[in-house]
Design a protein around this ligand. Structure first.
Ligand code: AMP
Length: 451
């Protein structure tokens, strides 16, 4: 693609990374075309394994349906189609159908979309197809990322990387993650020993790697900023700004910018980091209401815990995420549930990263039935088959409600969300209804669940 080739030779950024890159690009080959030893820490890793045997798209039959876009209609590379077929995706979700025709052509994008809309697969498909269509020729150094995805939380990074690994499984593309709170050396070995095609990272750890020259961002062809509003809220923007400066200039890279909300601050960032982007907006309602049966139970604060445990014992509750508003509230809830014999896990910022990943694995495999989570820790986690979401406390930010209930009713399945409204937080309901554009009927909990 013109944009990509161009970016390799003509970036005129004066950033530190570009100076480093200009030096490095001069040093990559000697006059006779042989690779030259690099002065800094960049090394040439071993070649990765060859691609899997050919697969034919005729094995993946999806009938044409008016008004729906099939992945077949997008001219995607066969190994990517193979992975999409394995995942059982037949038709594009709205964000995929609207963004891919543009992003596959190299356009920048602003995506207003929540989790649950298929946005991860939307940007990963664009990245993977592009990397496959434009294989790198000649020398490469370890640590030079071709695609960079920045996300605010470790869980989200791990989740995006898991989705990416599923989509590259029939290619020789590599996926690496860099997240804080986990073993630096192990992550360092990863980026040193294998090429880095897709790098998924949280801002802080990524900056550490870039400062130590364990990764190099000056060859990035596609940059994805996921959940930009959350990064703003969490105070990550100065770090993200430094990272973006280490990548090629805006006109020499493709940038896909996602945010659930577009405030003035978010918009300013989007304007700085993208060029003539296409905009795709997926309304929250299309996430929340289609596949999730929403209930609001009126309950006294003192009875909420009992109601929760009665609910958790119902036979149709296969797996349950309980959201609280604060870490201490979640911690106490989790302790109580464990004390009362429930298989429960806790996902909050105060839990060590390794433990969080173990908890998520346990929840995915069904070993853990109830996951208690804060908004930050719980956001962006894609686990299918969650039957119920409980809002133990109503979220203070209406957008969080949509994020929370979007954990269930995923991938075409039905889900149930139950929000407890008590004397302390029922006043938050009107704002919520305004965002949803629908009335939330308050109910008395069914007799069978009453304490
Ligand atoms: P996300 O919005 O990225 O959190 O994705 C939500 C869920 O939808 C994930 O579990 C994806 O695996 C699934 N998904 C994404 N795209 C499709 C598709 N085209 N068809 C069916 N499921 C999908």
């Amino acid at each position: 693609m013109f944009k990509k080739l161009f970016s390799k030779v003509t970036s005129s950024s004066t950033s530190f990374s570009d100076i480093a890159r200009n030096e490095s690009s001069n040093e990559k080959h000697t006059d006779d075309g042989q690779p030259k030893k690099h002065a800094n820490t960049r090394r040439r890793p071993k070649k990765t394994k060859p691609a899997a045997p050919a697969w034919d798209v005729s094995q993946f039959v999806v009938p044409e349906v008016k008004g729906k876009t099939r992945f077949h209609d997008l001219g995607l590379e066969a190994p990517l189609m193979h992975a999409i077929a394995d995942l059982g995706f037949e038709y594009c979700s709205p964000i995929q159908a609207q963004s891919l025709p543009n992003t596959l052509n190299g356009h920048d994008m602003l995506g207003k979309a929540q989790t649950g809309t298929g946005k991860t697969a939307a940007f990963l498909t664009a990245i993977i197809d592009d990397l496959l269509k434009n294989p790198l020729e000649g020398e490469r150094y370890a640590g030079e990322a071709r695609a960079l995805i920045i996300a605010p939380t470790r869980e989200l990074v791990v989740q995006i990387a898991e989705d990416a690994k599923l989509l590259v499984k029939h290619t020789d593309l590599t996926v690496h993650t860099l997240v804080g709170g986990m073993d630096y050396t192990k992550q360092q070995q990863g980026v040193r020993n294998k090429f880095v095609d897709i790098l998924v990272a949280t801002p802080g750890r990524l900056l550490d790697f870039a400062s130590n020259k364990d990764v190099h961002l000056d060859q990035v062809e596609i940059l994805v900023l996921d959940e930009a509003d959350r990064m703003l809220d969490m105070g990550f923007i100065p770090q993200v700004r430094r990272i973006v400066r280490l990548t090629p200039r805006c006109e020499n890279r493709q940038t896909l910018f996602f945010s659930a909300t577009f405030t003035d601050d978010v918009m300013r960032l989007a304007e700085q980091w993208t060029q003539n982007p296409c905009s795709v907006e997926i309304e929250p309602e299309s996430v929340a209401t289609d596949t999730v049966e929403q209930h609001v139970y009126l309950v006294a604060a003192s009875e909420k815990y009992k109601l929760l445990t009665n609910l958790a014992r119902q036979p149709d509750v296969e797996s349950l995420i309980v959201f609280g508003n604060r870490r201490d509230e979640c911690r106490r809830l989790h302790e109580q549930l464990v004390k009362h014999g429930f298989s429960a896990g806790l996902l909050s910022g105060e839990v060590a990263q390794n433990k969080r990943i173990k908890t998520l694995d346990g929840f995915k495999s069904g070993k853990i039935k109830i996951l208690v989570a804060t908004d930050v820790a719980g956001r962006g986690i894609h686990i299918n088959n969650i039957s119920h979401v409980v809002n133990f406390s109503l979220p203070e930010e209406p957008e969080d409600y949509v994020h929370r209930i979007g954990r269930t009713g995923r991938a075409g399945k039905k889900g149930v969300s139950i929000s407890f409204a008590c004397e302390d937080d029922a006043f938050l309901l009107p704002e919520l209804e305004k965002l949803l554009g629908q009335k939330l009927e308050c109910e008395q909990p069914p007799e069978s669940l009453l304490p």
